[in-house]
Ligand binder design. Structure first.
Ligand SMILES: NC(=O)c1ccc[n+]([C@@H]2O[C@H](COP(=O)([O-])OP(=O)(O)OC[C@H]3O[C@@H](n4cnc5c(N)ncnc54)[C@H](OP(=O)(O)O)[C@@H]3O)[C@@H](O)[C@H]2O)c1
Length: 228
């Protein structure tokens, strides 16, 4: 039974990842900031719920220590934030502390987690890391401006992932970044065209197909390669 870790799994896309992998027979270690408040996640059969505040490097270290030497086949770096409310990340104003928090959650946490778990991942026959980025982090596809903190945090995640992919190639760890689509969650809003079930089913297909030949790449949930 393969093991997957999903961060930010108490709601939205993370909860759907936990549900689908559990239904598929995987061992699912699902993390949330506060397990006592994660009723939907705790009610999901076959899921182990653990505490992880991804913005806190000490929490990441404690989580990694709790795993001991267990093998991890897949890490889904899903936890993320939109950053400061409009207009505090626009041409009309920058919330510096809010931007830095966005970088901690969206950029630093995924990279710190991979580094903290790399020995666990290296124990798998075909270890993979899927970090959930956004098309809004694509420089090539930015036609609408704004959302500075969010866009920069995801573009930087993409670059960090690329370096990890190069550096972990000799450990056979495949590291990709995935855009989930515009998805109906608290973050995506009710008008988003993609349902979490379809987004996650698509991303799971991309992850299942991914091998070392695509490590470092940026894909959509439909398998499209997205320009940097
Ligand atoms: N929805 C979209 O349209 C869309 C599009 C592109 C990319 N994405 C990306 O997809 C991922 C999931 O988004 P979503 O739509 O499911 O968002 P969401 O509904 O807002 O859920 C975000 C999740 O991240 C967790 N999280 C936030 N800050 C955290 C922290 N410091 N430590 C631990 N967990 C934290 C949240 O936990 P709490 O409940 O404790 O806050 C929650 O579980 C994110 O990386 C997002 O950037 C989403």
């Amino acid at each position: 039974m393969p093991t997957v870790i999903v961060t930010g799994a108490n709601r939205g896309i993370g909860l759907e990842f936990a549900r689908q992998y559990a239904a598929d027979g995987w061992r699912v270690i699902a993390t949330t900031r506060d397990p006592a408040k994660a009723a939907d996640l705790s009610a999901t059969k076959g899921v182990e719920v653990r505490a992880l505040e991804v913005a806190d490097p000490a929490s990441i270290q404690a989580f990694a220590q709790g795993l001991g030497g267990e093998a991890v086949d897949l890490l889904v770096n899903n936890a993320g934030v939109m950053g400061p409310e409009f207009p505090r990340q626009s041409k009309d104003g920058i919330d510096v502390e809010g931007w830095l928090h966005t970088m901690r959650v969206n950029t630093l946490a995924p990279l710190l987690l991979v580094l903290a778990l790399r020995e666990n991942l290296a124990k798998s026959k075909a270890p993979k890391v899927a970090s959930i980025t956004s098309q809004l982090g694509s420089i090539g596809e930015n036609e609408s401006g704004g959302m500075y903190a969010y866009r920069v945090s995801k573009a930087a995640l993409n670059m960090g992932n690329k370096s990890l992919a190069v550096d972990l190639r000799d450990r056979n760890i495949c590291c990709i970044v995935l855009h989930p689509g515009w998805v109906q969650t608290d973050m995506g809003g009710a008008n988003a065209p993609v349902k979490p079930t379809d987004s996650v089913a698509g991303m799971r297909r991309v992850i299942a197909r991914a091998g070392m030949e695509v490590t470092g790449c940026f894909f959509g949930h439909d398998g499209r390669e997205i320009p940097w």
